[in-house]
Design a protein around this ligand. Structure first.
Ligand code: SF4
Length: 467
């Protein structure tokens, strides 16, 4: 199924229905996340005390966010001292305009990109395209998704929803001929196309997994080596990072990397861990002559100091997606074109506002599997509950308010509660304790569309206790 069957002007329910109607998609997602989740568990067993490392990771991220202003200031100073340029972008529009400006100044017609969720968040490919600049994704999964005209479905594995047949179809369309249904051949084809792009692009854009304040370096992890090409072959490099993706020291980075690789892909360390600070120095052969670091706020500072601050501890490992029973059924597109799964359901209402994305807080069973899997112990299920509370308070209609007030009033005293129990007992005896099935009238009928209304018991708890 093409990704563009999802209509983002519609609600989550409508998008979820698209996923649920596609058994092939659900099978692809379930198979892939099961493998990822198993790999994570196996990788954690190689640690002497995985829980202690998790606790340490949690403390490191909490401390980094508590000292965010200090860390960002130090990072910016050190990046600039190394010859780079820093731009603090308040929102997506500012970040996009700055990057377009850098590309235009470099006379760019082509920009190569390594995987970056922040760039997805600001819609960078579209903004560059509108300026007449071709943006080419170079992570294989991102390239497949881009050529297929869709969006990533997972924050670590963007093409997780695509089968081998889907990929062959997409790349055959790029090649203008039918490519064999062979993973290696398909990969070779994509690599050939991308090598040309690396050689000719004037600007490389990368994401940032984490930046280190004490050194002014950024760290990028990949398994394909494409980020190294993007950051070293074009003469201009632009790195874009969400403002929360900073830690204080190298030692802290080492802990986070150890958790990230294990939680994301089940590796002890990713194939390529690149550490970059600034452009190439005098006498160096490789590297860009210009290095820009774009630090993106885009709603993040509104989360600081609130009861949702822990959401900023996220290291984007994707482990919570892999264990989520809702993500497993729907894939990422039912949530949003950028962020998905439990962390997406938390972040999106916070970044976009509850009016636009608050309903995503309901895309969870609250089973807590996401918290158990999270390497930095973000209490995602608690945050989702709090968001539901906000959503209910902001979004409930007058009728709903009146219904709940009446209910609260009716049950507010022991006498009234007892009286309602008696009515329930009467109903139970009248119906023989059988289930009432579905409720006939909206809005209550919606509630029983996907579940059976239990029967009223013939004897209440109080009847049985003789009270
Ligand atoms: S919330 Fe936790 S598990 Fe989910 S992506 Fe972020 S760090 Fe990973």
């Amino acid at each position: 199924m093409a990704d563009n069957h999802y209509d983002y002007s519609e609600g989550f329910g409508a998008r979820a229905a698209v996923s649920l109607a596609d058994p092939k998609l659900r099978k692809s997602i379930a198979t892939a996340v099961d493998i990822q989740a198993r790999n994570r568990i196996n990788a954690l067993t190689s640690l002497a005390d995985a829980e202690a490392l998790r606790e340490l990771g949690s403390q490191i991220r909490a401390s980094a966010i508590a000292r965010l202003d200090e860390h960002l200031e130090r990072l910016a100073e050190n990046w600039e001292a190394a010859g780079g340029t820093v731009f603090f972008a308040a929102d997506a529009a500012e970040a996009g305009a700055y990057i377009v400006g850098v590309a235009e100044k470099a006379g760019a017609t082509t920009v190569v990109k390594s995987k970056s969720m922040a760039s997805e968040e600001i819609g960078l490919n579209t903004v560059l395209g509108e300026a007449g600049i071709e943006a080419v994704e170079t992570d294989l999964g991102e390239y497949i998704v881009q050529q297929g005209g869709g969006h990533p479905s997972h924050i670590v594995a963007p093409a997780i929803h695509k089968s081998k047949e889907d990929v062959a179809g997409i790349l055959s369309a790029v090649a203008g001929k039918e490519l064999p249904l062979d993973t290696l051949e398909l990969m070779k084809f994509a690599r050939g196309v991308l090598r040309e792009k690396f050689l000719t692009a004037e600007v490389g854009v990368s994401g940032v997994n984490h930046a280190v304040a004490e050194s002014g370096a950024i760290c990028i992890v990949t398994n394909e080596g494409n980020a190294r090409m993007c950051t070293s072959m074009p003469p201009v490099h632009v790195a874009i990072m969400g403002m929360e993706r900073v830690v204080g020291t190298w030692d802290e980075l080492a802990v986070i990397l150890s958790l990230l690789a294990r939680s994301a892909t089940g590796q002890k360390l990713s194939q390529y861990t690149s550490l970059i600070n600034g452009p190439k120095r005098a006498g160096e052969i490789d590297g860009p002559t210009e290095s820009h670091l774009v630090i993106l706020d885009n709603g993040r500072s509104n989360i600081l100091g609130t009861r949702y601050q822990a959401a900023l501890h996220c290291i984007r490992c994707g482990a919570c997606l892999n264990v989520c029973p809702v993500y497993r059924q729907l894939g990422g597109h039912a949530y949003d074109p950028v962020y998905s799964g439990p962390i997406g359901a938390v972040l999106l209402p916070l970044i976009k506002g509850t009016a636009e994305a608050g309903e995503l807080a309901h895309a969870s069973t609250l089973c807590g599997a996401c918290y158990e899997a999270c390497p930095v112990k973000i209490p995602l299920h608690d945050l989702l509950l709090r968001l539901r509370q906000d959503y209910a308070e902001e979004g409930a209609g007058r009728l709903e308010h009146a219904a709940y007030s009446a209910w609260s009033h009716a049950w507010a005293t022991p006498g009234r509660f007892k009286a309602f129990g008696r009515i329930g007992g009467l109903l139970g005896r009248a119906t023989g304790g059988r289930s009432l099935g579905r409720l006939p009238l909206p809005p209550l009928s919606r509630w029983t569309r996907g579940r059976t209304l239990p029967g009223f018991p013939r004897a209440t708890f109080r009847d049985k206790r003789g009270r």
